[in-house]
Design a protein around this ligand. Structure first.
Ligand code: FMN
Length: 162
């Protein structure tokens, strides 16, 4: 996770400090973050499964996104602006929500799938972004089985092409 050790380590490295001269905490944190980034880069298909929390994603998922949105690795800056480097990858986002946001009055509040979609397709260059949204179970508990069955069916269908 990005904290003061990581930020100060990045700054020190940029100014020419050797990795071995960073503090033990800084070295450990950067090494773990690099491991996570390498694991991410080695994969071709990503499935993110998350609940909606306060209209957005849980902080653990945001921390992961911060770990893989790295200049020179997943995007680069050019004279005409940033360009995504994940041009041969696929993303699937599966999200559970208590209420309904795909349509209706709460649509504008939805900032999790929209964020991931925008980040991966427009910023990181991913050409294929699918989603399965399981929503409304909290608001309409009587509909829970129907909502769940629909999502499972959608997952089976998507599995054929993903
Ligand atoms: C901290 C917290 C915040 C939540 N915020 C929202 C929310 O903003 N909108 C919503 O529709 N549901 C919200 N929920 C409900 C969850 O999105 C819902 O229960 C979802 O099914 C969780 O997935 P899970 O059952 O796999 O944990 C929240 C739940 C928690 C625990």
């Amino acid at each position: 996770m990005i904290d003061k050790d990581v930020l100060s380590a990045w700054e020190a490295l940029q100014k020419g400090t050797q990795f071995s001269n960073l503090s033990k905490d800084q070295q450990q944190k950067l090494s773990r973050m690099n491991e996570i980034l390498d694991q991410f880069l080695a994969a071709n298909k990503y499935v993110f499964v998350s609940p909606m929390w306060n209209f957005s994603m849980p902080p653990m998922l945001k921390a992961y996104i911060d770990n893989i949105t790295i200049v020179g690795k997943t995007f680069k800056y050019t004279e005409t602006g940033p360009v995504g480097l994940l041009t041969d990858k696929k993303v699937l986002h599966i999200e559970a929500r208590g209420g309904v946001y795909s349509y209706g009055p709460m649509q504008e509040f939805e900032m999790s799938d929209r964020y991931l979609h925008q980040l991966f397709t427009e910023f990181l260059g991913v050409p294929s972004f699918d989603k399965i949204i399981i929503e409304g179970i909290g608001q309409f508990p009587a509909e829970a089985d129907k909502i769940k069955s629909r999502a499972i069916l959608q997952a089976h269908e998507l599995a054929k092409t993903f």
